[in-house]
Design a binder for this molecule. Structure first.
Ligand SMILES: C[S@@+](CC[C@H](N)C(=O)[O-])C[C@H]1O[C@@H](n2cnc3c(N)ncnc32)[C@H](O)[C@@H]1O
Length: 526
């Protein structure tokens, strides 16, 4: 694992070439004292004492007139009742401003209370109050720090007239904020309030400056809690382990990850993810579309976390992971399978293994069926639903152990596949994903005329999905022109999908296009 520098955010150490890594400041933040008393206040409301058996009916009739304070119950125990049978139904704050409850509750509501629940309102005078029903009492409501929203608390703590910074992103126990300059003098207070008001948050970090490290990890400054930036995140219903201090993760890309998998990938396709991060395209592609994936990321920590996430989601059989530069990775996959017949190309091998497996499975099932036929009569009499389910499970287990499924990720017939640090040459695939919007299009040059005609004979050429930024004043056509410049060929069939705004008038987009014969091979077949 690479080490992440901590301490004050400072200039990079050029001798260490550490522009790959972020510069965090993860020193323990100062303790912030909040004057909690400042947030305490009280007020009185009217409350009607009602036997607990009638509360449900009465509150229905009183709907719209009972206390509506976030987090405060409108029915509480009547402490004056020695038998603890009575409850106090609290009325709205405005009820206390009225001279009598009768002035606050309309006549028809009072009548319904009498007719339907048998309660007539009486002003409490202290005498026999605990025996009577319908006694109207005073009840004290106490508000404190816990009651108030983060926005309210910050309004009291920040200078008059200052806006309150309420937006933060939460991943696991970590909240990250992106505080504007004017909030920086109050950053520790803001972080403390965010943590106080959100019980799951244990750590608050602020994103400092623009992301300038090659691995796209923001520079974090710790504002609250401990410097533990490891979290487990759910996306598309799948779990991902992420260490924010070391790898890129952006929850706002969830919709885009889902779109690409749901809309662009087809069942069983082969995907190349060249800047895969910790696997947010990889996992759903395998899980929801049964795809097989070659995935790589240059950041060794991403590679390590991607391995963990593949295990966590039990998709080891369908993925091959690498820790390589995207250009070298793609070039290696596109290398012709030199000196070997095209039959040894990974996709051909896989097709053969799969077909052999399916034949074996068929034979095995026929054998089992023949064996079962003899026992059928006995079974008919004895098998209830439960035993049927059990024997079905047993059959499945037997099937799995007798005819093991081929494992795509450990197909070892080829030398290259044995060496797991180098992708197999002669691979064929359906999509290439490059999600590094700052520079992904610059990698397109590695595709030009890099395809081996023999390997790709009878195979559909892949579709590229390269992410890019579209700066203010630029059009989709400008983004495509940039891609064309790097690919070194015209791109006539590109679709540009707007992913999200990253700044005013600056969008992240996805340029998708299918590689043409001209781009792949340089000339039409002779
Ligand atoms: C914007 S992140 C995207 C990660 C992931 N695909 C996602 O959607 O969340 C870009 C990733 O590219 C990786 N990266 C940067 N330069 C690279 C390179 N030359 N080759 C391969 N990966 C690279 C970074 O480490 C980072 O994980």
């Amino acid at each position: 694992m690479s080490s992440v520098p901590s301490g004050a955010i400072g200039p990079r150490d050029n001798n260490n070439n550490n522009d790959l890594l972020p510069r965090h400041s993860l020193v323990q933040p100062p303790n912030v004292e909040i004057d909690y008393q400042k947030f305490e206040s009280e007020y009185l409301v009217h409350a009607i004492s009602i036997d607990r058996t009638k509360v449900s009916k009465a509150t229905k009739i009183l709907r719209g007139f009972t206390l509506e304070e976030r987090g405060i119950q409108d029915v509480v125990l009547d402490e004056t009742d020695p038998e603890k049978r009575k409850r106090l139904v609290l009325l709205k704050r405005e009820s206390f401003a009225a001279k009598a409850v009768a002035d606050f509750l309309p006549e028809d509501v009072r009548k319904r209370l009498e007719d339907e629940v048998g309660i007539s309102l009486v002003s409490g005078d202290g005498k026999n109050d605990e025996e009577n029903e319908g006694v109207v009492k005073e009840h004290r409501i106490t508000l404190d720090y816990k009651y108030h929203t983060a926005e309210y608390v910050l309004k009291q703590l920040l200078p008059d007239g200052m806006e309150t910074p309420s937006a933060f992103e939460q991943v696991g126990h970590v909240a990250h904020v992106n505080l504007r300059e004017e909030f920086l003098p109050y950053k520790y207070t803001i972080a403390k309030v965010i943590a106080d008001k959100n019980s799951r948050i244990r750590t608050v970090v602020n994103k400092v400056g623009a992301i300038d490290s090659m691995f796209r990890v923001p520079n974090w400054e710790l504002l609250y809690g401990d410097a533990d930036l490891k979290a487990t995140v759910k996306q598309h219903g799948y779990s991902f382990e992420v260490d924010f201090g070391k790898v890129y993760w952006n929850s706002r890309l969830e919709t885009e990850h889902k779109r690409l998998v749901d809309v662009e990938f087809k069942r069983g396709e082969v995907i190349v993810d060249a800047m895969a991060g910790v696997g947010p395209f990889v996992v759903p592609a395998v899980k929801t579309k049964g795809c097989r994936v070659y995935a790589s990321d240059l950041n060794p920590d991403c590679f390590e976390m991607m391995q963990k996430n593949v295990k966590l989601n039990k998709i080891e059989d369908s993925v091959k992971l690498y820790n390589m530069d995207a250009r070298a990775f793609i070039k290696s996959l596109l290398e012709p399978a030199a000196g070997k017949s095209s039959d040894d190309a990974p996709e051909e091998m896989w097709a053969r293994e799969l077909s052999a497996y399916e034949q074996e499975l068929k034979k095995f099932r026929e054998k089992i069926k023949a064996n079962e036929k003899g026992n059928e009569e006995d079974e008919k009499e004895t098998e209830d639903n439960n035993t049927k389910k059990k024997s079905e499970k047993k059959r499945k287990r037997l099937e799995e152990t007798s005819v093991p499924k081929p494992n795509w990720s450990t197909m070892t017939a080829r030398e290259e596949a044995k060496n797991t640090s180098v992708p197999p040459s002669g691979a064929t695939f359906d999509h290439i994903v490059m999600n590094l919007p700052a520079t992904a299009v610059e990698f397109l040059d590695c595709l030009k005329h890099s395809f081996d005609r023999k390997t790709w004979e009878n195979r559909k050429l892949p579709t590229v999905h390269a992410y890019a930024f579209r700066p203010p004043g630029h059009t989709d056509r400008d983004v495509i022109s940039r891609a064309e410049g790097h690919l070194g060929c015209p791109i006539k069939n590109a679709k540009v999908f707007e992913v999200r705004d990253v700044a005013p008038n600056k969008a992240m987009v996805c340029v998708s296009f299918q590689i043409t014969e001209e781009q792949a091979f340089g000339s039409s077949p002779s």
